[in-house]
Design a protein around this ligand. Structure first.
Ligand code: P6P
Length: 346
């Protein structure tokens, strides 16, 4: 790829990539991704204003996950739904905030794509000014169905079937990181509020084969099984030959923890735990968190596992199913699989 003398906008990047990778493209995918970028700009503005406006604090409602819904969660969810529903490229949507699939109103045309998203992940960090994010995965529907009651099978596809995935991170700056898979690479764009554009800032992100960081909520230690104990203890054990102990870094906001490890290397873990029977298969959601980030990390040379095999190969059975997640540098995640599957104990 020729060296660039200026940073191109996300819009230009998507167009160039579509022309290169998908010459017969109708432009539908480009419209879809660009509208998502507009939604993220609106969310970014509110997240950055949140400290000033009275938009903080909860609404007193709870979402499908039984979690307190923060006003910004609701706002972000509405912005994405309202922006995405009118572009005529989607047959339906799935959101971490909504129990059921979201239909496209009759007044708008339907399309061939499906978007699954977590509108504002890490929301418990909103009022302490820690980075939070939007995570998304895009699929093409397989059937000819258009009615919402018959589209769940089109939605419950393994993560490997995604045609694009990525996230927006609202932190010291707002960034978008995305990939369309198939060797097209992972690219990062930084929002320049003064011009209102996301400009290419991290071209072709590659994550290190092996890291020096492990990320896990050690407060869950009493609720783990012995394989998980042995795995986490491995990263904390002194062994100069394997450059251990690793550094512990855990923000408690998946997008922030994932993004740091993607760039620097390392492993993020959210193991299954016995703290909450509803979350015995782990806290994180397969369709709107694990699959999109697994798609990104694989394209960047990393790997994502549920402890036994690739996240991207899991055949989904429910829209909101949870999954244990080990994601990041390939060598570290493969090692986690050896511990969790019992093949290794130290
Ligand atoms: P815990 C935030 O609520 C979230 O869904 C992810 O962003 C984050 O990685 C995880 O939960 C943190 O969970 O149990 O460590 O607070």
């Amino acid at each position: 790829m020729a060296r660039r003398d200026i940073s191109i906008t996300i819009t230009q990047h998507i167009l160039e990539q579509q022309k290169r990778e998908n010459p017969e493209a109708t432009g539908a995918f480009t419209i879809l991704l660009n509208e998502l970028v507009v939604a993220a700009k609106v969310i970014s503005r509110e997240v950055n204003k949140a400290g000033l406006a009275d938009i903080l604090g909860s609404t007193g409602k709870v979402n499908i996950q039984g979690e307190q819904v923060q006003k910004l969660d609701q706002f972000a969810n509405q912005v994405i739904i309202e922006r995405m529903q009118h572009i005529g490229q989607l047959c339906c949507m799935g959101s971490e905030e909504d129990a059921d699939l979201i239909d496209i109103p009759q007044r708008y045309p339907k399309g061939e794509y499906i978007i699954l998203f977590d509108p504002l992940d890490g929301s418990s960090n909103i009022d302490v000014n820690v980075s939070i994010g939007t995570i998304f995965g895009i699929y093409k529907k397989k059937s000819k169905e258009t009615r919402i009651d018959y589209l769940l099978n089109d939605v419950l596809q393994p993560g490997r079937q995604q045609v694009a995935a990525g996230y927006f991170i609202y932190g010291s700056s707002t960034m978008m990181v995305y990939t369309t898979g198939n060797g097209t690479g992972v690219h990062g764009f930084t929002l320049f509020p003064s011009v209102g554009e996301f400009l290419l800032s991290h071209e072709n992100i590659r994550t290190p084969e092996k890291g020096k960081i492990y990320s896990v909520n050690e407060g869950n230690y009493p609720f783990w099984d012995d394989k998980t104990w042995k795995l986490v203890d491995y990263f904390k054990t002194k062994d100069p030959e394997t450059k251990r102990p690793y550094s512990s870094r855990y923000v408690g906001s998946l997008v922030a923890d994932f993004h740091r490890n993607l760039l620097k290397g390392g492993i993020f873990m959210y193991p299954a735990d016995l703290k909450d029977p509803k979350k015995s298969t782990g806290k994180l959601r397969l369709m709107v968190e694990a699959n999109p980030l697994a798609f990104v990390v694989q394209e960047a040379g990393g790997y994502a596992s549920d402890g036994y095999g690739p996240i991207l190969d899991i055949e989904p059975t429910q829209l909101h199913q949870r999954v244990p997640l080990y994601i990041g540098s390939k060598e570290d995640v493969k090692l986690a699989e050896q511990f969790i599957s019992g093949k290794r104990t130290s």
